[in-house]
Ligand binder design. Structure first.
Ligand code: PAF
Length: 284
């Protein structure tokens, strides 16, 4: 596998692939790779001639400097994993290579038709602007045929779909297909996340309650109302020592607006486990 650090080299490699009419799969990541990322990369490798994986902790999507500083980084281990599963290129630029000083300090303005005003968007103002800023730049640079994202970040996936399919950028990225991939969980249900690296063994055990409660709520949803299920989930998780719900919202899977019933609904949750902010979701 080749490691690329500059946009110029990335463009050279992409042009070479295009000249040979090779299909390109892109997996954007922020590194600290785990089995969840590996599942995206395996899929990209199997569905395309060439797979590029970006590993870049994008500063413009963090509205909290401490969170950015503490975000786990391990480029050597990431490169070994990507090599072992057959990715051809890892793109790992510095922030200075990716952005000019001006870009780093100005807010990228983008209209999400309200998708960014709820849940993560409400809690982390500007977060999705930063995500779209980096993802659209990666799309311009890599010109992929397919790009792969995990469903754990469900709102992010919805916003990227919106950017490619419904927005002013429609058509800009050719026939790019956005591929959403299922959440990968440990045997005990905990959704894999780079942030899990910051949990102690004890906290990891406690955090398994998030998916346990979400799964139980699917059973309650057969007879209870949306409001009742929402309240039950928050109550059950907050009753566990070491967990604190930031929000739990049951929303329509496309519009991300509060669901009236459970048809086409998804429950999205953010929970603090000690100082670590974990997200998860469940479809009803
Ligand atoms: O999901 C992530 O890891 C990031 O938000 C992404 C899509 C790589 C953009 O920085």
């Amino acid at each position: 596998m080749q490691i690329i650090e500059t946009k110029a080299e990335l463009l050279r490699q992409v042009e070479a692939c295009k000249r040979q009419h090779k299909s390109i799969g892109l997996v954007p990541t922020m590194g600290a790779l785990h089995e969840g990322h590996a599942s995206l990369v395996r899929r990209a490798v199997s569905e395309n001639d060439v797979c590029f994986v970006s590993v870049f902790v994008n500063p413009t999507q963090f509205n909290n400097k401490e969170d950015l500083a503490k975000y786990p980084r391990n480029l050597v281990r990431d490169a070994e994993l990507l090599d072992s599963i057959g990715a051809q290129f890892m793109f790992a630029p510095t922030p200075e290579e990716m952005y000019s000083a001006e870009e780093m300090n100005t807010t990228f303005a983008y209209d999400f038709d309200g998708l960014d005003k709820v849940m993560e968007g409400k809690m982390r103002p500007g977060h999705f602007n930063g995500v779209v800023q980096v993802v659209s730049r990666l799309f311009y640079l890599v010109q992929p045929d397919r790009a792969y994202f995990g469903e754990k970040d469900y709102q992010q996936l919805a916003i990227i779909h919106h950017m490619v399919e419904r927005s002013a950028l429609k058509g800009t990225f050719g026939d790019l297909q956005i591929v959403g991939c299922p959440i990968v969980r440990q045997a005990d249900g905990l959704a894999l996340s780079s942030r899990n690296e910051r949990l102690s063994e004890e906290e990891k055990k406690i955090a398994t309650n998030i998916y346990r409660v979400l799964s139980q709520s699917v059973k309650s949803a057969k007879s209870a109302s949306v409001e009742t299920v929402q309240r039950e989930v928050v109550g059950a998780i907050n009753a566990i020592d070491g967990l604190e719900v930031e929000y739990y919202e049951i929303v329509d899977q496309s519009a991300l607006l509060p669901a009236k019933d459970f048809s086409h609904a998804i429950g999205c949750i953010t929970v603090y486990c000690g100082p670590v902010r974990l997200i998860d979701n469940i479809k009803y």
